[in-house]
Design a protein. Structure first.
Length: 241
């Protein structure tokens, strides 16, 4: 083969290789694996994702999925709501907009701002009618009035295969003193119930919420809420996680 022709072929092949590498890097840079990191958080490995977050925020500036991760990892409730609201306002067509709006609903409901929470829920149904959050058992429409039916047994949490999985739990108390929350959790655990403490920060103050039971269906959580209320003489509400 003519040396000049061979040189031309080599140049073309090199250009193709560089283009493929550039395309792969672009694809990788444009699509951070948010679901994988959410699964790590779900498994209790938040510190791993928190370590990665600064690099993600540098490499993927203004990426709604990365902003959503930041919101999930933010322990101050007010700051987290600002992040979620920015996703809803600035990236309304993003796949993470309905997730962020649902997080806003959860937060406002958890601190007792039911009117604001209902407004967020209505916005979710209106703007994202096909979202799982909007269609799954008419989320939260019945959570304020638990019905005293038969007493069920808590079920284990279903696998979170997709980001839209909703799990319901029963909130049995909110305390400003962590020790009080731990004592209530211990009471539940002695009775064989799965219980967790969920801490939020509101206006610089920490509040420790005691959650008991995990359910895939809202009606099961409602029945269990009635059981806990009767057995432990506590005011309980069903909340989505």
């Amino acid at each position: 083969m003519n040396p000049r022709t061979l040189l031309g072929v080599c140049f073309i092949l090199l250009s193709l290789c560089l283009s493929m590498v550039s395309f792969a890097q672009t694809q990788q840079a444009g699509e951070p694996d948010i679901l994988k990191r959410l699964e790590l958080i779900e498994k209790g490995q938040s510190d791993v994702v928190r370590t990665e977050l600064p690099t993600l925020m540098t490499n993927f500036q203004n990426h709604p999925g990365v902003l959503y991760l930041q919101g999930v990892l933010t322990t101050d409730g007010n700051e987290a709501t600002k992040i979620y609201q920015s996703i809803v306002d600035n990236f309304p067509r993003s796949e993470w907009a309905d997730d962020a709006l649902f997080k806003l609903y959860q937060y406002y409901y958890s601190i007792g701002l039911y009117k604001t929470a209902d407004q967020k829920l209505e916005q979710l149904k209106r703007d994202y009618p096909y979202s799982t959050y909007a269609t799954n058992q008419k989320v939260a429409e019945e959570t304020k009035t638990p019905a005293p039916i038969e007493t069920p047994t808590p079920v284990s949490r279903p696998g979170k295969g997709a980001k839209s999985t909703i799990v319901y739990t029963v909130q049995a108390g909110t305390f400003s003193v962590l020790q009080n929350a731990e004592e209530l959790r211990s009471r539940f655990e002695k009775e064989g119930y799965v219980s967790h403490i969920f801490t939020i920060v509101n206006n610089g103050k920490k509040f420790h919420k005691v959650w008991v039971g995990e359910f895939g269906k809202q009606d099961e959580a409602r029945r269990f809420s009635a059981q806990i209320k009767k057995k432990f003489h506590l005011d309980t509400i069903v909340v989505p996680r």
